[in-house]
Unconditional design. Structure first.
Length: 470
């Protein structure tokens, strides 16, 4: 009870103000994602509202902002084009179910297999992507747009040095929007991205046939959405853990994301997951508790329904300036030192992760390839095995498994003694390939008339050898 009270009411003023800032930032993002998917803006706006509210209640990482996202929209594009919105909603519900199951199975345990180099690549790619998404509001625009972007950056940077009671981002939005209205500056506004819905989302069942044909259509998309969504969410949660120096329950977060997607699918929204940009914005604005996430979702809908006529006048250069600042703080500038000091293999992993994410615009693909590349380098490193000879005694040093068996076998190609002893005191047998390699050496030497004695096997290695030696 004390923990829940702290999570909800331990930081009320900052949580509410930070949530308001994050809620404002959700509007243009949601409209942009709706445009990517080719649906009415309400599909993304409703999703952002529902997902933020649900994850605030059942999520496992306080301060994390979840909503409609570009990565999920990209996965759904072909489903929307080929089958329509009702199948998108059904796929969203199935995505949530899969995520709940994965959360119950402890999917968060897999996070320990993500190397630091991949996390750095993920962060840096996100920082670059957040910046790149703002380029339409920064390149080839009017002088007035540059002025408002610069003014916003200046306020966000300077205000916290003198005043911290209200988030600098919120102050920048209010001041720069008022200035734009007062001066009559010709700027692109939130209203130019799409129309705002006029009602709250309503419960509905996707209008699709409930049969195996439908399942075959939506299942591949739902599996992809579940993986992409959990990958982004769990990595974002891990980043917030480090930034706030507080722990989180990532399996609970996975289940929470699943529940949120199930609910949003029944309320006319697309699938969503954590938003690193808005989450960082929320945390940097002082948001730490569940109240900040709830406020972001509720404030988003309040703005749309009650103040939609005012929200549409917020200049896009102002929001772009805020997101540029978020991109600067998201990018890990210590990576340049990392590139000078870290092993070349880890540097290559980080750069490859960044490059793949930027090329594909898909965080999941970049992270998975980064993990696989790290695994290959790891296998290459630990597969170095040496066999030292002292008369008829051979001393094996290093792990014996599928990647090191070739070197092990080659070490005995020129044996001519009548008897040899192979000492495994400094080695360990890991798999069936290791046992097969030992048997191969034994057979080859026995054909030459050489007697082979194995010594120094530790208990697990001896047990493995006995079990697999047929």
């Amino acid at each position: 009870m004390a923990t829940l009270q702290q999570q909800w009411f331990g930081n009320v003023r900052k949580d509410v103000l930070a949530g308001m800032v994050a809620g404002l930032a959700l509007i243009p993002e949601s409209l942009a994602f709706a445009f990517i998917l080719g649906v009415d803006p309400s599909v993304a706006l409703y999703a952002s509202f529902v997902i933020a509210v649900i994850t605030a209640i059942v999520g496992g990482r306080t301060g994390l902002i979840s909503a409609a996202t570009g990565a999920m929209a990209l996965v759904l594009v072909s489903l929307m084009a080929n089958h329509g919105l009702q199948y998108v909603l059904a796929a969203t519900v199935l995505t949530g179910i899969i995520q709940v199951v994965l959360g119950l199975l402890g999917v968060a345990r897999l996070m320990r297999f993500i190397p630091n180099a991949v996390v750095l690549g993920f962060l840096n790619a996100l920082g670059i992507m957040i910046f790149m998404t703002q380029l339409p509001y920064l390149v080839g625009v009017s002088t007035a747009s540059y002025f408002f972007v610069g003014g916003t950056l200046l306020l966000v940077y300077l205000v916290p040095r003198f005043f911290t009671a209200i988030p600098a981002t919120l102050i920048a939005i209010v001041v720069m929007t008022a200035l734009a209205i007062f001066t009559g500056a010709k700027l692109q506004t939130v209203g130019d991205l799409g129309t705002m819905p006029q009602t709250l989302p309503m419960f509905l069942l996707p209008d699709i046939p409930l049969n195996l044909t439908t399942l075959k259509i939506i299942l591949p998309y739902s599996l992809a959405l579940a993986v992409v969504g959990l990958l982004e969410t769990l990595l974002t949660a891990q980043v917030l853990d480090e930034v706030t120096e507080t722990p989180s329950d990532k399996n609970k977060e996975a289940r929470g994301q699943g529940i949120a997607n199930v609910v949003t699918g029944f309320f006319g929204g697309m699938a969503g997951c954590a938003l690193i940009g808005q989450s960082m914005l929320n945390v940097q604005s002082g948001g730490r508790g569940r109240l900040s996430t709830l406020t972001a979702g509720v404030f988003l809908m309040v703005l749309i329904l009650l103040f939609g006529d005012s929200v549409i006048h917020i200049p896009m250069p102002v929001l772009a300036g805020i997101m540029v600042m978020v991109s600067f703080t998201t990018f890990n500038w210590g990576s340049f030192r990392f590139m000078r000091q870290a092993p070349k293999a880890e540097v290559l992993v980080m750069l490859t992760t960044v490059a793949i994410i930027l090329y594909t615009h898909n965080l999941a693909i970049g992270v998975v390839i980064g993990i696989l590349l790290s695994a290959l380098f790891f296998v290459a490193t630990i597969s170095r095995i040496t066999v030292k000879q002292d008369g008829t005694h051979y001393f094996v040093e290093g792990p014996l498994f599928f990647a090191s068996t070739k070197a092990f076998c080659q070490a005995f190609d020129t044996v001519s003694a009548k008897a040899v002893t192979i000492d495994f005191s400094a080695s360990h047998l890991y798999d069936e390939s290791a046992v097969a390699a030992i048997q191969k050496v034994q057979v080859q030497l026995q054909k030459k008339g050489t007697t082979v004695q194995l010594t120094g096997l530790n208990q697990p290695s001896a047990a493995l050898l006995a079990r697999l030696s047929h």
